[in-house]
Write a protein that binds this ligand. Structure first.
Ligand SMILES: Cc1cc2nc3c(=O)[nH]c(=O)nc-3n(C[C@H](O)[C@H](O)[C@H](O)COP(=O)(O)OP(=O)(O)OC[C@H]3O[C@@H](n4cnc5c(N)ncnc54)[C@H](O)[C@@H]3O)c2cc1C
Length: 389
């Protein structure tokens, strides 16, 4: 039996089978076979989630063979991306078409279906998350058919599946809204944390991308801004001062294995929430050294988006994978919840379905539609089934 581990190594599973379908027909056949065998079906992208979304004792579908990108509509700047395509596989072919992703997160190792399924985001007050860029999906459903859905056709299925937590069907490809190719310039500076917290609105408005990291125990935060430039790329690139195409400047290298909790709070509560976390860590966890990260995300209308209906600040807390993360994460979660926080779907949280329902206004809509398309729960693993209303 082949076992499975996520990126950090902290999560592991013994799926009944790990399957690597290479065609749509093979996916449809696997769904039917799992159904007949009484096994559940979960997909995995690049296994970068810290939440047990891909943990299953059923059939695990690795969708890596579904890779590639093609321009679907040049005028509207829409591209079709295979579900298993890694983000790092998109930059060069999109650039060759004069196109680029609107935004990216900290890294580029994930699969497109994985980032969509969890609402993965970057930073930028005017910039939405990956799920919001999806304008159409091709998806294999529980009872067999492969369907195309978008806001006009099967609109509720589209809403549920564009941030689907791997639980609505097997995404085969996604149509993404992109923009013209663009270049960026990155800059970093150090500033006292108190000063940064007083000026986040100013910095957020002044830069296309603004974020900062703070290492507990330090007085200063490491601030980063990235802005559009007409300047040519500068090779070789110097981390922290890169000038280049968007896909060269937005993602960074994150080799140190960690686990992570991240919450999204209303933008106006970001600085106060961060200050409370600083005080908590300084007082109760004096040995805690991993950085906190502060970013912004624009509001959207995706049912399960962390930024649903509100301008958002995201704050992440990281812990070394070899150390116990639970005491510090639980303490931080209390602070996040006091600030109307919503957990990142791909990261650690300890909330049950009832609390999630209070925080995600369309939680029940999402389950209603998910259940209508998959009444037997074929696409639910144990962790998701436990959240079912
Ligand atoms: C080092 C690191 C950096 C990160 N940086 C960021 C960041 O900057 N911003 C941010 O928001 N998050 C970030 N994350 C979190 C990460 O982006 C999400 O957890 C994301 O979901 C991982 O993508 P993946 O391809 O690894 O998906 P997986 O973890 O493999 O899967 C995630 C979900 O997608 C589903 N899925 C995958 N493929 C399909 C498919 N074909 N059909 C249906 N469902 C599918 C899975 O079932 C699962 O539910 C980071 C994580 C790590 C480890």
């Amino acid at each position: 039996m082949e076992s499975w581990r996520n990126w950090s190594g902290k999560l592991h599973a013994e799926p009944r089978e790990i399957l690597r379908p290479a065609s749509e027909d093979a996916v449809v056949a696997e769904i039917a076979r799992a159904h007949d065998a009484g096994a559940s079906v979960r997909c995995v992208g690049a296994a970068h989630s810290h939440a047990p979304l891909a943990v299953t004792d059923g059939h695990l579908l690795d969708m890596e063979a579904f890779a590639g990108v093609a321009v679907a509509d040049r005028d509207r700047r829409i591209v079709t991306v295979g579900a298993g395509t890694r983000l790092y596989q998109l930059g060069v072919p999109l650039r060759a078409e004069g196109l680029g992703l609107v935004n990216m997160g900290d890294i580029n190792r994930q699969a497109i279906a994985g980032v969509i399924a969890t609402g993965t985001h970057g930073t930028g007050e005017t910039l939405k998350n990956f799920s919001s860029a999806v304008v159409g999906l091709r998806i294999a459903l529980a009872d067999g058919p492969v369907v195309e859905c978008d806001a006009e056709h099967d609109g509720e299925l589209f809403q549920a599946a564009r941030l689907g937590l791997g639980s609505v069907g097997v995404v085969l490809s996604a149509n993404l809204a992109v923009r013209e190719a663009y270049r960026l310039r990155e800059g970093i500076w150090l500033e006292d944390l108190d000063s940064v917290l007083a000026r986040t609105t100013e910095f957020g408005a002044a830069h296309r991308h603004f974020e900062f990291f703070w290492f507990p125990g330090r007085a200063k935060a490491v601030c980063k801004h990235i802005d559009e430039t007409q300047d040519p790329p500068e090779y070789p690139m110097r981390e922290g001062a890169r000038v280049g195409w968007s896909f060269e400047v937005l993602p960074s290298h994150r080799p140190d294995k960690h686990t992570e909790m991240e919450y999204s709070v209303p933008a106006e509560r970001g600085p106060a929430c961060f200050a409370e976390l600083r005080d908590l860590l300084t007082r109760d966890f004096p040995d805690f050294t991993w950085p906190l990260e502060y970013r912004t995300v624009a509001a959207d209308d995706v049912w399960l988006s962390m930024a649903h209906g509100r301008s958002t600040v995201t704050i992440s807390v990281h812990q070394d994978v070899g150390l116990d993360d639970e005491p510090v994460f639980r303490a931080c979660e209390e602070v996040f919840l006091r600030h109307e926080g919503r957990p990142h779907w791909g990261k650690v949280h300890y909330l049950g379905g009832d609390t999630l329902a209070e925080r995600y206004p369309q939680w029940h809509d999402w389950w209603r539609v998910r259940d209508a398309y998959d009444p037997t729960g074929l696409f639910l693993n144990e962790a998701m089934a436990a959240l079912r209303p």
